[in-house]
Design a protein around this ligand. Structure first.
Ligand SMILES: Nc1ncnc2c1ncn2[C@@H]1O[C@H](COP(=O)(O)OP(=O)(O)OP(=O)(O)O)[C@@H](O)[C@H]1O
Ligand SMILES: [Mg+2]
Length: 259
């Protein structure tokens, strides 16, 4: 059984218009990959498709993890397999504390793995939460606040990263593009990812901010253009893009030599 997330020839349309035109990408556990690219090239479309958003119609290709095509699975089944999608719960839930929300999420995951599961014992959950909050340097009072209710952008990010830490996924997909992150929020995400980085976690960071990659040094950087991955390199590729923009990649693609 493979320990990689393998995206093969993925084609996706929205309202009849093809947005992803054959995406190929392999994310091994233990690595952090970044996807960069100009606006409107399909980065968020890729994230939404991996999440199972119904508006995105897969017309071809597959996404394999642990021997299964995850595109055939419901979002909660994808989560059970160990895939975490960062913007799963963007809404405010007044009356539900961060701690309760996280415990519910942990229990949903446990029950999905074993329908007989009685849920994580409260002392065990408290210990887990405390350890992860310390790891991520989150203020203890945070656990008692209502989820996303009046949270600043940075606090929402903190809740999201804390959720990732508590759920301990094997593959995490973070689309940072649309969330209007300020420099602090970027740092929270980056520090969180760095703290959780390790051989059992593969991370796909989708971003058009080069700056986040100053904090999270990716193992691999992919450039997406017009619905395809057209260039792949190491962390220096992101620096090169910051300096030179995307025109050189576009020229390469136009000359018919994409990666
Ligand atoms: N729900 C939708 N309905 C119609 N068109 C859509 C929808 N979602 C995305 N698109 C179109 O698909 C294309 C790709 O959008 P996507 O959000 O994936 O780009 P992106 O690479 O994430 O861009 P950005 O860097 O601005 O976040 C765009 O042309 C966008 O207008
Ligand atoms: Mg986007």
């Amino acid at each position: 059984m493979s320990d990689e997330l393998i995206i093969r020839n993925l084609r996706v349309s929205i309202e009849g218009k093809e947005i992803l035109k054959g995406v190929n990408l392999t994310l091994p556990k233990g690595e952090v990959h970044a996807i960069m690219g100009p606006n409107g090239t399909g980065k968020s479309t890729l994230a939404y498709t991996l999440m199972g958003h119904p508006a995105y119609e897969v017309t071809d290709g597959e996404v394999i993890f642990k021997g299964q095509n995850i595109l055939e699975l419901e979002p909660d089944e994808r989560s059970r397999l160990g895939i975490f999608l960062a913007f799963q719960y963007p809404v405010a839930i007044p009356g539900v504390t961060v701690a309760n929300f996280l415990r519910t999420a942990v229990n949903a995951r446990r029950r999905a793995q074993n329908p007989e599961d009685k849920g994580i014992p409260i002392p065990e959950f408290r210990k887990l939460l405390k350890a992860k909050m310390e790891l991520l340097k989150v203020d203890p009072s945070f656990a008692g606040r209502y989820l996303n209710d009046g949270f600043s952008g940075g606090e929402k990010k903190r809740a999201e990263i804390l959720q990732m830490a508590v759920l301990q996924p094997e593959i995490a997909i973070l689309d940072e593009t649309d969330s209007g992150l300020d420099i602090d929020a970027l740092r929270i995400v980056a520090e969180g990812v760095n703290a959780l980085r390790g051989e059992n976690l593969g991370v796909l960071v989708i971003t058009h901010y080069q700056r986040i990659l100053n904090y999270i040094r990716p193992d691999v950087v992919h450039v997406m253009m017009d619905g395809r991955i057209v260039e792949t390199g190491d962390a220096d590729l992101a620096l090169h893009l910051e300096e030179h923009g995307y025109d050189w990649v576009r020229e390469k693609v136009d000359n018919g030599t994409p990666a």
